[in-house]
Structures are given as C-alpha cells and as structure tokens.
Design a protein around this ligand. Sequence first.
Ligand code: NAD
Length: 249
Amino acid sequence: MRGLRDKVALVTGAASGIGRATAIRLAEEGALVVAADRNLPGAEETRGMLARQGLALRFDAADAAQCAALAEAALAWQGRIDILANIAGIGGFGHVTDTSEETWRSLVDINLGSVFHLSKFALPHLAAVKGNIVNVASAAGLVGTPYAVAYAASKHGVVGLTTSIAVEYASRGVRVNAVCPGSVDTPLIAGGFSMIDGIEEKLLDHLRPKLGPIATPEDIAASIAFLASDEARFITGALLSVDGGQVAG
Ligand SMILES: NC(=O)c1ccc[n+]([C@@H]2O[C@H](COP(=O)([O-])OP(=O)(O)OC[C@H]3O[C@@H](n4cnc5c(N)ncnc54)[C@H](O)[C@@H]3O)[C@@H](O)[C@H]2O)c1
C-alpha cells in the first residue's frame, strides 16, 4: 500500500487481537509502530513480531492523563506521529437491567473516552504532517445490538466522534475514518452471548455475517492499513463495515 513506508503509527490495543494484527501489518507495509497497551508484556511480544523497528509502551486507556502521556512518548520517539489507530477496547454483554454502573463506566471510558483523549492530544501533531486517524468502532456502533447496551453506546459514540472530527479537520488535511467489524475471532468475544441467561435468540439473527462464520484479526488489519495509507487519500469520515454483510440487511 502506498504511503506507509517510514510513517510513525501509534497503535493502541496492540498486545492482542486486531491491535496486534494491525501493528504487524503496518510494519510489513514499512511503518514504524508504537505498540501501546495496558498489557506491556503483550505489547513487547508484539514489538518482537514487527518487520521493522518498533516501540512498546504501557498505558491505561481509561485514564486521560495516561492517554496524553502516551501521545507525548510516541511523539518523542521519532519526532512525529503520522497515524493514530485507536483499537484498544473491551467487550461487555448482558441485559440492560443487569448492567452495573461500573461496567457502564469502564466501557464508556475505555472504548470511547480513550478515542477522544488520544485524538485530542495527537491532532496537533497529525495536522503538522497531514496524518490520519483510524478508529475501530463496530457493527454495534451502526445498528442496535441487544444485550450489549453499554458496548453499543460506546461504539455509536466512536462513530459520532469519527465523523465529527473528520469534518472539523478536513481543511487541515487530517483524515479520520472508522472500521466497523462484525464478529472477529479474538479473546474479546470469548463466550459472548452464550454466557447470558434468558436471551431471545431471534433478536440475534441480524448479527450473523452472511459471508461466513467469523472474521480474522488480519481481515480487519488489512482495512485499517488501507484507510491509513495514501490509497485512501480522498477518504475521510468513512465508516467501513468489515462484517461479512452483517449490517447490510
Ligand atoms: N472481536 C470482535 O468481534 C470485535 C468486533 C467489533 C469491534 N471490535 C473492537 O476491536 C477492538 C480490539 O478488540 P479485539 O477484538 O482485538 O480484542 P482483544 O481483547 O484481543 O484486544 C483488546 C486489547 O485492548 C487492550 N485494552 C483493553 N483495555 C485497555 C485499557 N484500559 N488500556 C489499554 N489497553 C487496553 C487489551 O489489553 C487488549 O490487548 C476493540 O475496540 C473492540 O471493541 C472487536
């Protein structure tokens, strides 16, 4: 993909799943990757898998000050940030009335708050190099998703944040896009809806991908790399479904 060579990419959630696959793919395309996660050993393991020089950093996405410190540390590494891939996130499934305040708070803080904080701190540096942001939202950010009220609300928030910053920063040459995966084979969905008692199975029918059972993390990483590259130079504010046709109908 054009335009990724020697670009500095800050990838959150890089210790596992989609974040790890994205760090690996971006490095294969020639980028220099900062692999950030609250799981530092996992991020360091990812760094060891990269085709190019990389840096592993620990941060807690739920903490605004740690998001600011991460952006500063990533900037200090090579003196620039070209790509911010906001991938860190957690899952959370259950009936609305069983969703605790703590679950609500951590889903919103981690899945949505971190995308706001990291974008806010990285945007001046991205504008300096006409860089871009790729957020990982979800099919649950586009359509109603039963038994996932806090998760779906956080991902709808990521969608609104993506399109809003895309419009605000277009004249400064910063592109902002989101990938919206359906089900992806990672630890985040282990157990999933099967762990919840008393669900109406038919309400889940619209969540099944038409193309096959499940995507791989590499399927999502390929779309993130595309949106981050110059191949997507005229794409901003896009919500790219990578869900095997799940939300198409
Ligand atoms: N797996 C799916 O089916 C699916 C579908 C749609 C969207 N997504 C989204 O993809 C993203 C990546 O998820 P995944 O499926 O690769 O899951 P994963 O569990 O494999 O990876 C998530 C990573 O985020 C990190 N993380 C979690 N909380 C953090 C925090 N507070 N601070 C820093 N790092 C933190 C974890 O340590 C982990 O390395 C998430 O935003 C998720 O919502 C996943």
